[in-house]
Design a protein around this ligand. Structure first.
Ligand code: GRF
Length: 215
């Protein structure tokens, strides 16, 4: 057993999306090709109906999907519906892992506490630089020469949880928000499945907010 208590048993995976779901696709593809073992995708939940990611989850990967709309619901009022749906599909804190993959909502402290160190997120910058929305635009406007992507545990703050893996991406003089986003996204598709694999294999150790990878 490693110190963060994530046992290398089968993890029941829930993925939360709001859009195209390319990171979700990368994770599900890595599971299908057995680059990631010991992870069972149980459900993909979208906060928006009719998004492309739902079709990919269902038709390409055969994963059950749910839509939980709720523009008017905030915080725990919405998140308890998420937790109910996750549990209904077997994603519980003891054996579950929840991946936020372009999920365009702030997670409530109650949800974080219920699934402490069981929720991951991917952010298109090298945190703690450029948290929040439009991270790639922020990097360009700042004039950063290097940016990238970060997979981190979700805590009660916004993009502030312990960092698991990061990958740097150079900012080129000719970059637009779109070209930079595209290059970062390619790295995201490597980094997120790798983080899930390491967790599933029990290779992540957490001390305070320092995460180390056991090779
Ligand atoms: C990615 O850029 C991710 O870093 C951010 O939202 C975007 C989601 O893209 N959190 P996709 O839906 O996974 O294609």
């Amino acid at each position: 057993m490693n110190r963060c208590g994530l046992l290398p048993v089968v993890l029941n995976l829930g993925i939360l999306i709001s859009g195209r779901g390319s990171n979700m696709d990368a994770i599900l593809t890595a599971i299908k090709s057995e680059k990631i073992r010991n992870v069972k995708p149980r459900v993909v939940i979208s906060s928006k109906p009719d998004v492309a990611g739902l079709k990919v989850a269902s038709e390409k990967h055969g994963v059950p999907i749910e839509v939980i709309p709720g523009q008017s619901l905030k915080g725990w009022d919405y998140d308890q519906k998420l937790v109910e749906a996750l549990k209904r599909h077997g994603v519980v804190p003891e054996t579950g892992l929840v991946c936020l993959a372009g999920f365009m909502r702030i997670i409530s402290p109650e949800f974080v506490r219920a699934f402490r160190m069981r929720i991951l997120n991917i952010h298109p910058a090298l945190l703690p630089s450029f948290p929040g929305l439009h991270a790639q635009r922020q990097a360009l406007e700042y004039g950063a020469k290097v940016t990238g992507c970060t997979v981190h545990f979700v805590d009660e703050g916004v993009d502030s949880g312990p960092v698991i893996l990061q990958k740097a991406v150079p900012v080129l003089d000719a970059d637009t928000e779109e070209t930079l986003s595209d290059r970062i996204l390619l790295q995201e598709h490597e980094l997120y499945p790798e983080a899930v694999r390491l967790i599933a294999e029990g290779k992540i150790r957490i001390e305070g907010r320092a995460v180390s990878v056991l090779r």
